[in-house]
Design a protein around this ligand. Structure first.
Ligand code: TXA
Ligand code: MG
Length: 362
């Protein structure tokens, strides 16, 4: 038998008012070194006591996560951050007040009390306070900071339901708290506050448009401009791995919508002639425009939040179809669409086709 095998309990909890007894037990399991998956307002996380090195190592084993990819420390109140940092920058105070609880992860200098595998040897730590009653109740009950990456096997799309977590981590973790579908569907924005101006390392649930009125000028990590090809040395180590990816290779087609539909149909014909089974990922409005292929939809045209909410589930559903290649419609790089576009580019791993685009994405 696998020496790392764990029996995985699946506990249903009410999203808004989780059963205190289940939260008490899950909190105890966390505090004592176990691994508990829980819903957040972005995606499901898999948590361990951040102060327990062995527990944290267990997360890396369960996910098959590269050792050099640090974890986000989840807290249930702003004050907790002060206990684990050298100093909280003024901007961090402002952003925590404005956006916490919420999908914004802030990078600051750690004071060494949380170290080892959580920070993957970096001097900095990532903090976030999730906006979800189950996550907050669990962290409070555990009474410790909770290191938690997304609850997927490394490289796979992040889980937005307890069923996704079960599919990836059954037998590898102790408990899954099933609080229904996670909210936004894409992960938090990761913002580095260790320099003079804040730098976005990963676009996510809090958009640039929401950040700049509060934070002033904000930079983008240079690696984000590399169109999904794995950057050599990003400041967020996780960004260098192919991620969010279904089993089949994904080709992303970006540009004006009409041109995108034509190009996807042209590519589909080419692949079909090669004897390949083709999948197309599109918005619901264009699902009738791709004959002869397996179509999965994620969200509606011009409603980026709906695409975010359904994207990872759609990518996972392709795995059951046995398609050889997936052709995906691009998403406009604006608002929450920026995070969606980033995940699609990462899933494509650099295989991006840009169609002639004279008047912006429509
Ligand atoms: O919405 C989310 O953020 C979800 C939920 C569960 O909270 N969590 C999540 O964790 O997406 P994960 O581990 O899948 O992604 C964390 C990202 C990785 O790209 C990692 O490299 C980066 O944050 N990160 C963590 N600590 C860092 C640090 N000290 N410096 C730079 N990047 C860091
Ligand atoms: Mg992840």
């Amino acid at each position: 038998m696998d020496p790392d095998y764990r029996h995985t309990y699946l506990w249903q909890v009410d999203k808004n008012c989780p059963d205190p007894e289940k939260i008490r037990q899950a909190g105890l399991i966390l505090r004592q070194g176990g691994l508990v998956a829980f819903p957040t307002e972005t995606v499901y996380g898999i948590g361990a006591n951040a102060l327990d090195i062995d527990a944290v190592k267990g997360i890396f084993t369960a996910k098959g996560r590269p050792q050099d990819n640090p974890l986000i420390v989840h807290v249930a109140d702003i004050e907790a951050v002060y206990g684990y940092t050298v100093h909280v920058p003024r901007m961090a105070g402002i952003l925590m007040e404005k956006f916490w609880p919420g999908p914004l992860t802030l990078i600051m200098e750690g004071n060494g009390r949380i170290s080892g595998p959580v920070s993957a040897g970096l001097s900095t730590l990532a903090f976030r306070m999730p906006d979800h009653p189950v996550a907050l109740a669990l962290i409070r009950e555990a009474g410790v900071p909770v290191a938690a990456p997304s609850a997927n096997v490394s490289g796979r799309p992040s889980p937005t339901t307890a069923e996704h977590v079960r599919a990836d981590l059954q037998g590898k973790i102790d408990v899954i708290l099933d609080g229904g579908a996670a909210g936004m569907g894409v992960e938090s924005t990761v913002l580095d506050l260790t320099g003079d101006i804040p730098v976005i390392l990963r676009p996510g649930g809090v958009t640039l448009e929401q950040l700049t009125p509060v934070a002033g000028p904000v930079d983008w990590d240079a690696s984000l401009a590399e169109n999904g090809a794995a950057p050599a040395r990003p400041r967020s180590p996780g960004m260098k791995y192919r991620h969010y990816a279904p089993s089949a290779p994904l080709i992303l087609v970006e540009g004006m919508h009409r041109g995108v539909v034509l190009e996807i149909n042209r590519l589909a014909r080419e692949y079909i002639l090669q004897g390949k089974k083709v999948g197309v990922l599109c918005r619901s409005g264009s699902c009738g425009k791709y004959p002869g292929v397996i179509v999965m939809t994620a969200g509606r045209e011009h409603d980026h939040a709906s695409v975010a909410a359904e994207l990872y589930d759609a990518l996972r559903r392709f795995d059951a179809t046995g398609v050889d290649v997936i052709l995906a419609e691009g998403v406009e790089d604006r608002g929450i669409g920026t995070a969606v576009a980033n995940r699609l580019r990462r899933a494509a791993g650099g295989r991006i086709v840009k169609v002639e685009n004279s008047d912006g994405y429509k």
